[in-house]
Design a protein around this ligand. Sequence first.
Ligand SMILES: [Mn+2]
Length: 407
Amino acid sequence: MTILHTADWHLGQHFGDHDRREEHQNFLNRLVGIIRERKVDAVIHAGDVFDVFSPPKYAEEMYYNFLREMVLSECNNIVITGGNHDSAATLNAPAKLLKSLNIHIIGCATDNISDQIIELVDSDGKVIGAVAAVPFLRDKDLLREAISGESYDDRTKRIAGGIHAHYERSRDEILTYKQQGLPVIATGHLFVSGGTTSDSEKDIHIGNIGQIGAEIFPIEFDYIALGHLHRPQIVNKQSRIRYSGSPIPLSFSEITDKKQILLVEFQPYQEIKIETIEIPKLRQLIRFQGDFEAIIAAISGFSLSEGELPALVEVIIELDAFNPDMDRQVRELAEGNPNLEIFKVRPKYLDRFSSITEQFQNIPDLDDLNPIDVFSKKMESLGMDENSELMETFRQLLEYKHQQEII
Ligand SMILES: [Mn+2]
């Protein structure tokens, strides 16, 4: 049996006015080709199909066109789980219809854990494996009741315990397949400590505080298909626990990453075989940094390899004095080179001692800040301790708001 592990598509993602439609479509076309060519038995998506709760219509169309290709292919099993970016309601709405086509959607944790266990079948309907399709687990799935006066630390410990218990219960449900000698797989959409983050993963409840380690995944699972981290990686040097990463770079911090999907082959009484297949980039994301002269040279001298779309460029321009016209000058210059488009122009002031530069040196870009950053800056400006209870309350409020949006 061969499965294909992918995650973190983030369909509908965009950088300002620049959408990623062609890059996503290019990936999906390749994916369909790989699934057909390699005779994949099951496609497993570990969460974040869409970038936002209400994705643009073109993104939904892309998703459904992909599912249609799967129905027409020889791949008999599709398992899709919700991530923290997905609206469970959006993913689940067509779940019953899709189930009749052997496409299994688990948008959020189900009331009964056995509903998350998916049997994988061959073309004759014979069971060839099973998946514990664990979606992103929200606090409300893990904490039955709120405990008044509970500290942030105790609460995160209780969440970590809830996640652990969820995987143990999934293991109990899947043992019957394991005892028949069939491969069993689990999915997950979470941060497992030891992983490397990039700039594009939205913080999820226990964030990066390292409460969840690889040991929460019971040894009975032959493979753990993870989503959430956008860099492909192996967890804790255990080859069977992996993040496939996102198929296209979702932030400028990922520009040097190789993007990929994973093929995992299971043979009775043998080690699993894992093959990575690189997804070439249709559009490069690039950063140019230097003084004005260097930027002029970089922009005018830039060229593309065949078949690529114009590169999206972030320019970091080193200045020794404030220049209000910098953005316009760079964009005008870039209009002369059809091989690139400017996404953003940022200043970097070199002389940090002059009063004018000091004023502009440390102003962060609003796009780079999240609500927690803004709140902690406000607290800092008022001389308050960042680790106070007020900050914990604010975090809980954000999580609560997030969950309201999902329902
Ligand atoms: Mn993601």
